[in-house]
Ligand binder design. Structure first.
Ligand SMILES: [Fe+2]
Length: 193
C-alpha cells in the first residue's frame, strides 16, 4: 500500500516562535520524502536483483537509501505530531524521566546537548534493552538509531527546521521546541510502550 502524506496544517498559527512560513516549507519537504518513499518501493519491485553488489548496483543503491525516505517520512510525522503546546508530562513519565536522567532539568539539558551534537534528529526513546528512557541522535535520517527502541518524542534538529527563523541559532530553536511540545501526545506514546 502506498504511503500517504498527512495534513499537519492544523499546526499553522499555533506554534510559539516557529513561523508559518517555515512550517509550510517543512511540510513541503516532508511530502517530498513520502513521494520518494513510494517511488523507491515501486522501483525496488521492478529492479533486477541479479547485480546486487556492495560496490555499486541500482537495486543495491535503492536498498541502501530506502531507510532515508522511510525515516524521512515517519520521523517527520512523529515530530509534527508532538508539536503544539499541550499539557505536561504525566506523573508516570516524570517518574521515568527522573529515574533515567536524574531530574527533569537534566533531561532538558541532555535533549538540548544531543540536539546540538547532530545535524539531524534527536529521539527520546524507551529502551527494551534496559527499560529506561534514552536520548539518541541520528545523522541524516537513517544513521545512528540503536535497535530495541520505542520512540516517544522526536526533535527535528536539521537546519531546515529552524534556519528560516533562527539563522544558525540551533540552541534557541531547541528551547522553542521544548516550549511547543505536545505532552498529551508524548504521554500517550509513553503509556503504550
Ligand atoms: Fe525536517
Amino acid at each position: 500500500m502506498a504511503h500517504e502524506a498527512r495534513d499537519f496544517g492544523y499546526l499553522l498559527g499555533t506554534l510559539e516562535g516557529i513561523s508559518d512560513e517555515l512550517l509550510e516549507a517543512h511540510f513541503g519537504l516532508y511530502k517530498g520524502y513520502v513521494a520518494r518513499l513510494n517511488l523507491m518501493e515501486e522501483e525496488l519491485k521492478k529492479t533486477d536483483k541479479g547485480h546486487a553488489n556492495y560496490s555499486w548496483g541500482h537495486w543495491s543503491e535503492l536498498k541502501r537509501r530506502e531507510a532515508v525516505a522511510f525515516n524521512g517520512t515517519y520521523l517527520h510525522e512523529l515530530y509534527f505530531e508532538n508539536l503544539q503546546a499541550k499539557g505536561d508530562p504525566s506523573a508516570e513519565l516524570k517518574q521515568a524521566i527522573d529515574e533515567s536522567f536524574g531530574s527533569y532539568d537534566e533531561f532538558l539539558k541532555d535533549l538540548k546537548a544531543t540536539g546540538l551534537s547532530t545535524i539531524g534528529w534527536v529521539v527520546l526513546t524507551k529502551s527494551r534493552a534496559d527499560g529506561k528512557l534514552h536520548t539518541y541522535l541520528l545523522t541524516e535520517h537513517h544513521t545512528g538509531l540503536p535497535v530495541l527502541q520505542d520512540i516517544i518524542l522526536v526533535l527535528d534538529s536539521f537546519e531546515h527546521a529552524f534556519a528560516m527563523d533562527y539563522g544558525t541559532n540551533r540552541g534557541g530553536y531547541i528551547d522553542t521546541f521544548v516550549q511547543n511540545i505536545n505532552w498529551e501526545v508524548v504521554n500517550q506514546r509513553f503509556a503504550e510502550v
